[in-house]
Design a protein around this ligand. Structure first.
Ligand SMILES: *[C@@H]1O[C@H](CO)[C@@H](O)[C@H](O)[C@H]1NC(C)=O
Length: 393
C-alpha cells in the first residue's frame, strides 16, 4: 500500500515538478546544479510515465534509500551504484520526491527536518521585534535554549507567560514556534489551544478531555519535540488542567536515554497582570529605569498573586502546587515609546511608507493608564495593524 502511495507521489511530481522545489533542509546529495527540468509537454510525459512504470521498483529502492539510508543495508535488492543509468529527469524527480516527502516525515539526514531549532533566529526576533520586554526576552531564550540543548531531559519544559493583553505573550509564543519548527504554527508538532475557542462550554468537558488527550498523545507519538500552547490558561477547566499533570511530571531520564521526547508547554494568561503593572509603576516612580527592573522585583508578588487568584483554577491547580511550572515570565506593561515602535513595525511589515507624525498620532490613539500618570497602554500593542489602515491615503 505504501509502495503504491509512493508511486502516486512520483507521478504527481512528474506532473508538477516545480511545486516540490524550494523547501529547505531537504536537498539530497548529488543534486546537479543545471537548469531545472522544464515543464514536460504531453508526449514527453507519456514517455516518462511509461519509463517510470518499468523502473518503478528500482525507484522505490532508491527512494527508500534516500529517505532511510539505514534500511538500505538490510534490503535484499542490491542498490544500484552511484553512476546508475537512469535518465536525468528521473534522478531529479527522485530528489524532488524525497524533498516533498520529507515535508511530512522526519527523514532528513541529521534529524527531524520538521524541527529547525534556530536559536540565532529566535534571539534576533526577541531582540528586534519584541518591544519593552527585556525580562521575558532573556528568560524565554535562556529557558528554551537550555532545555533543548540539554543532552538528557527528565521533564517537559513548562513556561507560564503573564501580563496584560497586548504585551506580547502570543507574539513571543509565535516567534518561538516559528524558529523551532520549519512550518511554524502549522507544524504537526505544535498544538495551540485557546480556552474560549476550543473548550468553551464546561458541560462538554468530558468531550474536551478526550479530544485533548488524543491530540497530546498523537502529537507526542509523531514528534520527539512537541510544543503545546494554552492561550487564556486562566480559563482552562480544572479537569483539563488535571489531565495535563502527567505530561508535565518528571520522569526518569533513563527510560528513553538521550532519545527521551521533549515537550514545551506554554501557558498564556493575564493572571497577575495587574500586580506586574503595580510593581513596575512603583519602581519607575521610585526612579528606576525600566531595564533596571529584575525578576527579584517581580517574582514573589507575581507568584503570590497567581496562587491567590480566586476566579481561576489555574492558580490553585496541581500544576502550580506541585511546582510543575518551571518559570513564571512577566510581560511588562508597554509605554508610549514601545507602542510607537509597534506602529512602525506594522508599517514596515506591510511595506508602507510612514512619517514620524503618523507614528505619534497612532500611538496617541491608545488609552494610557493609570488615570494620573498615563504611563501604560491599556491594550499594549494590540490591533495596531488595524489602526494604521485609518492613516492610509
Ligand atoms: C535562522 O534565522 C535567521 C534569522 O531569521 C536566518 O537568517 C537563518 O537563515 C536561519 N537559519 C537557519 C538554519 O534556518
Amino acid at each position: 500500500m505504501f509502495f503504491r502511495g509512493a508511486l502516486w507521489m512520483l507521478l504527481l511530481l512528474l506532473l508538477c515538478p516545480s511545486g516540490a522545489q524550494g523547501h529547505r533542509g531537504a536537498t539530497s546529495p548529488g543534486q546537479e546544479d543545471d537548469e531545472p527540468t522544464p515543464w514536460p509537454n504531453v508526449q514527453r510525459l507519456q514517455e516518462q510515465l511509461r519509463t517510470a512504470g518499468a523502473l518503478s521498483k528500482r525507484y522505490w529502492v532508491l527512494f527508500s534509500c534516500t529517505l532511510w539510508p539505514d534500511h538500505c543495508e538490510d534490503q535484499d535488492t542490491p542498490v544500484p551504484p552511484l553512476g546508475w543509468s537512469l535518465p536525468l529527469w528521473g534522478r531529479r524527480s527522485l530528489d524532488m520526491l524525497a524533498a516533498w516527502f520529507c515535508r511530512f516525515q522526519d527523514c532528513c539526514s541529521g534529524g527531524d527536518c520538521r524541527i529547525s531549532n534556530n536559536f540565532t533566529g529566535l534571539e534576533s526576533d526577541l531582540s528586534v521585534r519584541l518591544h519593552g520586554q527585556h525580562l521575558a526576552s532573556k528568560l524565554v531564550l535562556r529557558a528554551v535554549k537550555g532545555y533543548l540543548e540539554k543532552p538528557q531531559v527528565g521533564k517537559a519544559l513548562a513556561l507560564s507567560f503573564h501580563g496584560w493583553s497586548g504585551t506580547g505573550k502570543n507574539f513571543v509564543a509565535r516567534m518561538l514556534v516559528d524558529n523551532l519548527y520549519r512550518d511554524g504554527m502549522r507544524s504537526d508538532c505544535v498544538k495551540m489551544f485557546i480556552s474560549t475557542f476550543h473548550f468553551p462550554h464546561s458541560k462538554y468537558v468530558d468531550v474536551y478531555k478526550e479530544e485533548l488527550q488524543r491530540q497530546m498523545q498523537e502529537t507526542q507519538r509523531r514528534c520527539h519535540q512537541s510544543t503545546f500552547i494554552f492561550d487564556e490558561a486562566e480559563k482552562l477547566h480544572p479537569e483539563l488542567l488535571e489531565l495535563l499533570e502527567p505530561y508535565l511530571e518528571p520522569r526518569s531520564p533513563k527510560v528513553h536515554g538521550a532519545e527521551a521526547p521533549r515537550a514545551i508547554f506554554l501557558f498564556l494568561s493575564n493572571l497577575g497582570g495587574s500586580v506586574i503593572n503595580e510593581v513596575v509603576l512603583g519602581l519607575l516612580k521610585a526612579g528606576l529605569s525600566r531595564e533596571e527592573i529584575t525578576m527579584q522585583h517581580l517574582e514573589m508578588p507575581l507568584q503570590a498573586e497567581i496562587m491567590e487568584s480566586a476566579d481561576s483554577s489555574f492558580g490553585s491547580s496541581h500544576l502550580l502546587k506541585e511546582h510543575l511550572i518551571d518559570l513564571f515570565i512577566p510581560f511588562l506593561p508597554l509605554e508610549y515609546r514601545h507602542v510607537r515602535l509597534c506602529v512602525r513595525d506594522a508599517f514596515l511589515g506591510q511595506d508602507l511608507p510612514y512619517t514620524e507624525e503618523a507614528l505619534d498620532e497612532i500611538a496617541k490613539m491608545m488609552t494610557y493608564v493609570p488615570e494620573g500618570e498615563r504611563l501604560f497602554s491599556s491594550q499594549g500593542c494590540k490591533s495596531i495593524s488595524q489602526r494604521i489602515n485609518l492613516f492610509l491615503p
